[in-house]
Design a protein around this ligand. Structure first.
Ligand SMILES: Cc1cc2nc3c(=O)[nH]c(=O)nc-3n(C[C@H](O)[C@H](O)[C@H](O)COP(=O)(O)OP(=O)(O)OC[C@H]3O[C@@H](n4cnc5c(N)ncnc54)[C@H](O)[C@@H]3O)c2cc1C
Length: 423
């Protein structure tokens, strides 16, 4: 549906630079649609991909988090301090109002003196489905042949040169062989189970997502959550299990999405090679996944009850969604060591979508053996946790992990919906 667009990256100036570059590409995409220059099937000139409705980071305790302090500092360092507005600073609030972001300062109607946080006026949301269709269309126009979905679009196995350790293409589930000089595996949360060599580097983990349906005809509610009136937000996003919430304005169908990432759940399963890896379960693989871990449901419920009680009576659906976390939260863009002909682009670690317009350039640079000026390719190379190095994401904890889904009490979405409305 939608993804957070933010330029604030704490102390990570290089990602800030990459995000600012991406914003300019997304704006360009909006312009291409508006002018009709690029209009994929099903698009109209009034569609947008990037909605600049601000990205709000709020906390429940006084002052700013270290992440926000670093963000403010890093924007000041490049002369953009007026884009990161501190919510408890009356001058900053005035500036937000003057720039048309007044609506985004206090959407949860907190006491102004307790409204701790930062508004990133570069931020907002990207309509993810539209962005993907737009990017695919651009690729198609350039001559890329797409085979999407079904058996014809599903990887089955690698084609190997029997004499050397070389991948020479893939076979899809319909039995068709696709030979290739270079095969790039970019299968999101499915990549770690398709490329076992990622053990210790990447793991798929789930986020818990709820989607509230605003009632048709309730104009005040539709207006309240409209993107013109409501920002993208994060609440206690780095506060562990009790926090990790984020959410969006409504979409055109009146759906309001709220996600929980405070605990990164895993689904460890024994794989054909005998190893235990976390693998995605989705509504395509098991119907019973329309459930959320009880803990996730409780944190979301607590937040909605306190800050968005208007949603309590709305019907709700839930999903588990699968991320690909690397141990250090950096992406993985590299050749598979020791195997010719195979390249891996993965490890989105929950923040990859915003780079849809500009990440591919780095994939190409790596393939062509070029360096990049910010040193990203060094960060994104094949790597393993060094002894004594502290992991950003603790991965591969196996079946005994407290985060494993089989250890969670699950709440079905229908009962969660009832619980919420009974509050
Ligand atoms: C719930 C959730 C919320 C997120 N929110 C944000 C956000 O707000 N902002 C942000 O920047 N990022 C966000 N992310 C991260 C972002 O979505 C990822 O970093 C990004 O999508 C990774 O892109 P990818 O191309 O590597 O993988 P994906 O987008 O997952 O694409 C992988 C593709 O491979 C296909 N595939 C898988 N297996 C096979 C197979 N066997 N054969 C053929 N095809 C296959 C899949 O169908 C899919 O189309 C979020 C992620 C999740 C899960």
């Amino acid at each position: 549906m939608n993804k957070i667009m933010r330029a604030g990256y704490g102390s990570q100036l290089e990602y800030q630079t990459l995000a600012l570059d991406s914003v300019s590409h997304f704006k360009q995409w909006n312009e291409e649609i508006k002018s009709g220059q690029t209009l994929p099937p099903g698009f109209t000139k009034s569609d947008i991909i990037y909605c600049n409705n601000g990205n709000l980071t709020v906390n429940d305790r006084e002052g700013l988090t270290q992440f926000d302090i670093d963000t403010v500092k890093n924007f000041a360092a490049v002369g953009l301090e007026k884009t990161q507005l501190i919510l408890t600073n009356p001058d900053h609030v005035k500036q937000a109002e003057a720039e048309g972001f007044g609506f985004a300062v206090n959407p949860f109607r907190r006491k102004p003196e307790e409204n701790h946080g930062v508004l990133d006026t570069y931020g907002g949301m990207v309509y993810a489905d539209r962005a993907c269709r737009f990017a695919l269309y651009k690729a198609e126009v350039l001559g890329v042949q797409l085979v999407l979905g079904g058996a014809a679009g599903t990887f089955s196995r690698f084609l190997r040169d029997a004499n050397v350790n070389k991948i020479v293409g893939v076979q899809t589930e319909d039995g068709v062989s696709h030979r290739a000089a270079l095969t790039i595996m970019a299968c999101g949360g499915w990549t770690p189970s398709l490329i076992p060599e990622l053990d210790g580097l990447c793991e798929t983990t789930s986020g818990s997502v709820t989607i509230f349906q605003l009632p048709q005809g309730n104009q005040p509610l539709w207006d309240r959550f409209a993107p013109e009136n409501f920002p993208t937000w994060k609440y206690k996003i780095r506060d562990g299990a009790a926090g990790g919430l984020y959410g969006f304005a409504r979409d055109s169908q009146g759906r309001v999405k709220i996600g929980y990432r405070g605990t990164k759940y895993t689904n460890p399963q024994t794989q054909p090679d005998g190893a235990v890896r976390s693998v995605p379960i989705t509504r395509w693989t098991r119907e019973s996944t329309r459930q959320l871990p009880h803990q996730a449901a409780e944190v979301i419920k607590g937040f909605v009850q306190q800050y968005l009680p208007e949603l309590l009576s709305c019907p709700m659906k839930s999903r588990l969604c699968w991320y690909t976390d690397s141990f250090d939260n950096h992406f993985v863009i590299d050749f598979l060591p020791g195997t010719e002909g195979l390249f891996v682009a993965t490890g989105g670690s929950g923040h990859g979508f915003k780079f849809l317009p500009n990440l591919g350039k780095y994939v190409v640079d790596k393939i062509e053996g070029k360096e990049d000026e910010f040193g990203f390719l060094g960060k994104w190379k094949w790597r393993s946790l060094k002894s004594g190095e502290k992991a950003f994401n603790s991965i591969m904890e196996g079946t005994r992990s407290a985060r494993a889904l089989h250890r969670q009490t699950l709440t079905r979405e229908d009962s969660l919906s009832t619980q919420l409305s009974l509050l």
